[in-house]
Design a protein around this ligand. Structure first.
Ligand SMILES: *Cc1c(COP(=O)(O)O)cnc(C)c1O
Length: 397
């Protein structure tokens, strides 16, 4: 029972998430999640951009079960077939030449920082500074908190890991001024997810690429949220047509099984040497079976193409709604199926709550933006359902 679970949680689980939404899901199918009382919810958040295949995808479950029957974990002392094949998949479908698997987005970003610093260490060059952006989100470990340009996440943990500094997003001069002869890397999200779905301008990113080339700086894209088809491209940098030296992936990569990846382009692909980096769980046979199944299902069901198509359909519908409710919707920002619907400040929280009460799962981020990142298996009628429910809520408020 929900009441009992809430009491257990309050008593035994660290209170990092405060009052969660009062629901506990027991099973799922496609976009639907069913709670302990049998109520149906529609998951337009996709477990925060994780459940790209939706819930209970039959082929995905079958692949996981198949792997469970074989072997789950063996350690990095031995060769791992699924790991090698998943690395191949990522490399062959992007600008990456080599890959390292971690267990989460933050851990993949940590790996990216280490890779960038090692690149210069190896040459005997003293470069270690990493420039990131205000309003960014890169994870919850100490180094990724130092990289995350949000005071609220950094404040309790000072002194922070040194060597990180933040500049204003989409302001090339700000980065240019922050670069020193100690700058090793610049890391950005092409679309800032956590702070409300804010895309970087193409011209800005092109200039960053040029600056990094000129000054021998490693350009890193944190694609933990924007990757794996979310934007209608396998990775968002392919939409921009700009290749980073490193990009990271996680969230949707394992379809819900924890896995992260550091993906390195030519410049840094051979930088790590034996002993430089490692992991116990990262890329184990089970997690990488999940990643392989995700790729397999994406290909069979053309899910990246579907994300592009449904993203466009969503954008069209939401813009129409914005025109109709211009006093309540202040902006709509879409990149495929990563969507931010900015609501007038004083009603945003109420809109979010009412959507939840009508069984529509979203998240409220940046204070006033309803973020949705639905499964890539979404169909037109699911989009219609969301838009109808949102309109009902806007009418009431
Ligand atoms: C979610 C997220 C992370 C952190 O990933 P975890 O798996 O929670 O460590 C890092 N960067 C971005 C852009 C994210 O959206």
């Amino acid at each position: 029972m929900l009441e009992e679970i809430i009491q257990l949680d309050k008593k035994y689980y660290m209170n990092t998430f405060g009052d969660r939404l009062p629901v506990c899901f027991e099973k799922g199918e496609g976009l639907k999640l069913i709670d302990d009382k049998g109520n149906t919810y529609y998951d337009f958040l996709g477990g925060i951009a994780v459940n790209a295949l939706g819930h209970g995808h039959k082929d995905f479950i079958a692949a996981l079960k198949n792997q469970l029957d074989k072997v789950i974990h063996t350690s990095s002392l031995y060769y791992i077939e699924n790991q090698a094949k998943l690395a191949q998949k990522l490399a062959e479908s992007t600008c990456a030449e080599k890959v390292f698997f971690a267990n989460s987005g933050a851990e993949a970003n940590e790996g990216a920082f280490k890779l960038a610093r090692k690149y210069f260490y190896k040459q005997g060059v003293e470069k270690y500074e990493i420039i990131t952006l205000d309003k960014s989100f890169h994870g919850r470990t100490l180094a990724t908190v130092a990289a995350t340009g949000q005071e609220k996440y950094q404040k309790p943990y000072r002194p922070l890991t040194p060597g990180f500094k933040q500049v204003e997003p989409n302001n090339f001069e700000a980065v240019e001024n922050a670069v020193t002869d100690k700058t090793a890397a610049i890391m950005i999200e092409l679309i800032q997810g956590e702070s409300g779905v804010h895309p970087m301008d193409k011209e800005y990113v092109q200039k960053l690429r040029k600056l990094c080339d000129e000054k021998d700086i490693i350009l890193i894209f944190d694609e933990v949220q924007t990757g794996m088809g979310r934007t209608g491209h396998l990775f968002a940098h392919q939409m921009y047509g700009i290749e980073p030296d490193i990009f990271t992936s996680a969230k949707a990569l394992g379809g819900g099984i924890p896995i992260g990846a550091v993906c390195a382009g030519k410049k840094v692909a051979d930088t790590f040497e034996p002993g430089d980096h490692g992991t116990t769980f990262g890329g184990n046979p089970f997690a990488t079976a999940a990643g392989l199944a995700v790729f397999d299902i994406y290909e069979k069901e053309h899910l990246v193409e579907n994300a592009a198509k449904m993203g466009e359909y969503f954008e069209e519908k939401l813009n129409a709604l914005k025109d109709k409710y211009a006093d309540k919707i202040t902006d709509v920002r879409c990149a495929g199926l990563l969507i931010g619907i900015q609501i007038k400040d004083d009603i945003a929280k109420a809109v979010f709550n009412k959507l939840f009460e009508s069984g529509i799962l979203t998240s409220l981020c940046g204070g006033n933006t309803i973020r949705i990142a639905p499964p890539l298996i979404i169909k037109e009628n699911d989009v219609d359902l969301f838009v109808n429910e949102l309109e009902n809520v806007l009418k009431e408020i």
